[in-house]
Design a protein around this ligand. Structure first.
Ligand code: ADP
Ligand code: MG
Length: 484
């Protein structure tokens, strides 16, 4: 099926063009440049990344969204397989890396982890030190910390899924360093608010105790900094930096998995900090005992304070989160739109926000009011997986026939008159756009060969961009077929 598969590099470029608005900005700037397309086999796209960290991170966080982008860009479902290829030189290096850094990256699996979760990620203590500045990738916000200013307790919506974690976080914030609360360990799935809650504790402690030094770091950045300080023989500076803080926020410690040297160093640091009454807060995507290849003594230390989990939000909480977000963006969103989104995006708060952002962006670009039909147009594809509706070629054919008042026999016949040929082309186009069925199978359904389908698709596609009437027709049929 050559026609369906442009060369892999071009295909990847097409996907990248669609990532905006589907993937969060930090993924687009920090992670996607580290991916190089390798091969395309059937519908499996093989992508190379330079190291295990990158692989795990992208797999956990962005793979689903990437396949959304691919679907959006190409109208076909692709599966993605990531492989590790340490010839990192062919990956776009981060701006602040010299060629020598790139080489070292390849050898040590070190990567410039800019921001996994928030644009504010990086390391920068309250009193910035040169060492900290060096590894900070985000520009320091005005208050001199890299805590995300949006991640406060006030902005955190609570419900059954996160109430207990929220309450515990507040009590930790009120009495940092209290042995019974130390460490404070938050675990839960992706996009459920772990980083947000951790930053909220940091903000509160800084507000109450302006002299306390709060340091936030992603575990991957910690590992990288540690490895770099071994290489540059600057362990003293590294330790001095960490031993002098009052509150350590360390994010996504599942990435310590298998990093034995880092674990040894962290174990010593942890004990030292905790024994001298400094607060440690950590997040993880699972409970301490479930992190693979994490030393037993660390598992037991991590479980030795307060361990809380965040569950996926229930419907009411999802509604409240959307309302709060709309409010903070000063945008009026009708209740039925909020309900529409909240009932369809149910696993992850990041995606919930993503859907809303996408809707707002779509409405403003297209100059449409934010109502349910704009919502359907903006999010139809995005929510595809959630609706559970299966669109088949039969459904498409039926809708098209009804609209044009022709019969299924007509459409599948050899008739070439325009009143039959045009509906047929529309139906073929929609089959490709709305299902995962291959060109030849679509052809078979309409008693044509695959090249006729491709031709029809091309024709309708160019008509939609040239002729507003066809464009409106296709949009309206699409909505009807989706049953929305
Ligand atoms: P995690 O660290 O668990 O992957 P984040 O803390 O990065 O998730 O949260 C993802 C997004 O969802 C962030 O923008 C965050 O502000 C938002 N969010 C998460 N939980 C809540 C909540 N309870 N109320 C409001 N926003 C939330
Ligand atoms: Mg996080």
């Amino acid at each position: 099926m050559e026609e369906k598969h442009p060369p892999v590099a071009a295909l990847w470029r097409q996907i990248l063009e669609k990532t905006d608005g589907i993937l969060p900005q930090e993924a687009v700037t920090n992670w996607l440049p580290r991916i190089a397309p390798v091969t395309l086999d059937e519908n499996e796209l093989v992508l190379a990344v330079p190291d295990t960290f990158t692989k795990q991170f992208i797999e956990r966080r962005y793979l689903v969204l990437l396949s959304d982008a691919a679907h959006e860009a190409l109208g076909t479902s692709y599966t993605f397989r990531l492989i590790i290829d340490p010839s990192a030189a062919k990956f776009a290096p981060a701006d602040d890396m010299t060629p020598a850094d790139v080489l070292l990256t390849a050898e040590t699996s070190e990567t410039p982890y800019g921001g996994g979760t928030s644009p504010a990620q990086g390391t920068l203590p309250l009193t910035p030190s040169p060492a900290a500045n060096e590894s900070a990738h985000a520009a320091a916000p005005d208050d001199g910390t890299t805590l995300n200013p949006k991640y406060t307790f006030d902005a955190f919506v609570t419900g059954r899924s996160n109430q207990f974690s929220y309450a515990m976080a507040k009590s930790v914030a009120d009495a940092p360093g209290l042995p019974s609360n130390n460490p404070f360990f938050i675990y839960g799935g992706v996009g459920l608010g772990k980083t947000h809650l951790m930053h909220a504790v940091g903000h509160k402690i800084i507000a109450d105790h302006p002299n306390k030094r709060v340091l936030y770091i992603a575990s991957t950045d910690f590992t990288n900094e540690f490895i770099r300080s071994i290489r540059e023989k600057s362990m003293d500076a590294f330790r001095e930096k960490y031993y002098n803080i009052d509150v350590l926020l360390i994010d996504d410690i599942q990435f310590f998995s298998g990093q034995l040297q880092t674990q040894t160093e962290f174990f010593q640091m942890f004990n030292k900090l905790r024994d001298s009454g400094r607060q440690i807060i950590m997040t993880c995507d699972r409970q301490p005992q479930d992190v693979k290849d994490l030393e037993d003594r660390l598992v037991s230390r991590f479980s030795g304070g307060v361990v809380v989990d965040i569950q996926p939000p229930e419907f009411e909480t999802r509604m409240a989160i959307l309302q709060k977000k709309a409010q903070s963006e000063e945008i009026d969103i009708p209740g039925d739109v909020v309900t529409y989104i909240a009932s369809r995006v149910d696993s992850n708060i990041r995606e919930l926000e993503g859907a809303l952002t996408r809707l707002i962006k779509y409405a403003s670009t297209m100059r449409l009011p934010i109502d349910e039909s704009t919502c359907v147009a903006a999010l139809g594809n995005y929510l595809r997986g959630e609706t559970g509706r299966r669109i088949t070629m039969e459904v498409i054919e039926r809708m098209v026939c009804t609209h044009f008042k022709v019969t299924s026999e007509d459409i599948r016949s050899s008739k070439r008159s325009n009143d039959i040929a045009f509906p047929r082309q529309v139906a073929m186009y929609l089959c490709h756009e709305l299902t995962d069925v291959s060109w030849p199978t679509i052809g078979g359904f309409f008693n044509r060969d695959h090249s006729t389908v491709i031709h029809a698709h091309k024709k309708i596609q160019s008509l939609t961009s040239e002729d507003p009437e066809t464009d409106a027709l296709i949009k309206s049929l699409t909505m009807q077929i989706r049953g929305l």
